[in-house]
Design a binder for this molecule. Structure first.
Ligand code: ADP
Ligand code: MG
Length: 231
């Protein structure tokens, strides 16, 4: 289980996160929602170790990982699908997937078949350069690259951003399937309300660096959430 406890995060003198708390459980999806610039990506950076916290703790299965380097967290099963996908445009699809090998044991250095069952298009494009894929295909590749590391905590930063509706559906189905495997906890950052609502077991809504609403899906008051998502 992931437990983010009262974290603050600064960029220089500017405070981006104030007292943010959040949990995620294996077999469940926690959706983190909020407008642009409220601190969603910063929260994920803090979880995976791309940016240090100024105070507070991040517990992963009871261990405080908040001072560990990103690769040490990756070794513990924490993986990110970054905003904007950040695949390597000049590497082939296969090579992009293999970049995930760095943080897994030698015996696990292969691409699990389930990845191609989730995203069949990738199998037919293994030799293509990442940069030649459509935006939606690149998003599938970014998710697949994270899955190669056999994550136990998967965080996804706006996977539907700029993606066509048919591929959004595929991505939603993939997230559901991963959740139902019961082997990983998922934190999903989303601004697209319907997508988040349909997948969320738990949710948190941020505004100006703080969590302003949080709870189980049953407690989610649609109108109140939407108020926080519209400008
Ligand atoms: N690398 C950075 N350096 C300085 N400020 C940043 C940096 N990244 C984000 N910020 C600022 O931190 C705040 C939160 O940003 P971010 O976490 O990216 O929000 P969101 O993902 O919700 O859009 C914003 O005010 C943003 O301008
Ligand atoms: Mg963001």
């Amino acid at each position: 289980m992931l437990s983010v406890e009262n974290i603050d995060l600064h960029y220089g003198a500017a405070q981006a996160l104030k007292n943010v708390s959040l949990t995620a459980e294996v077999g469940k999806v926690t959706c983190l929602m909020g407008r642009n610039g409220v601190g969603k990506t910063s929260t994920l950076r803090a979880i995976v170790g791309q940016h240090g916290v100024s105070s507070g703790k991040i517990l992963w299965n009871g261990e405080d990982v908040s001072r560990l380097a990103p690769h040490a967290r990756a070794k513990r099963g924490i993986a990110i699908v970054p905003q904007g996908r950040e695949i390597f445009p000049l590497l082939s699809v296969k090579e992009n997937l293999e970049t995930g090998y760095a943080c897994v044991d030698r015996k696990d250095r292969n691409v699990p078949d389930t990845i191609f069952e989730l995203f069949p298009v990738l199998k037919s494009m293994l030799g293509r350069r990442g940069g030649d894929l459509s935006g939606g295909q690149q998003q599938q590749l970014a998710i697949a690259r994270a899955l190669v590391t056999r994550p136990k905590l998967l965080v996804l930063d706006e996977p539907t951003e700029g993606i066509q509706p048919s591929i959004i559906k595929d991505i939603g189905r993939a997230i559901e399937w991963l959740r139902d495997q019961g082997t990983m906890a998922i934190v999903l950052v989303e601004q697209y309300f319907e997508f988040a609502r349909d997948l969320a077991d738990q949710f948190a809504v941020m505004d100006r660096g703080e969590v302003v609403m949080a709870g189980a899906r049953a407690d989610l008051n649609e109108e109140e959430v939407r108020r926080h998502l519209t400008v």
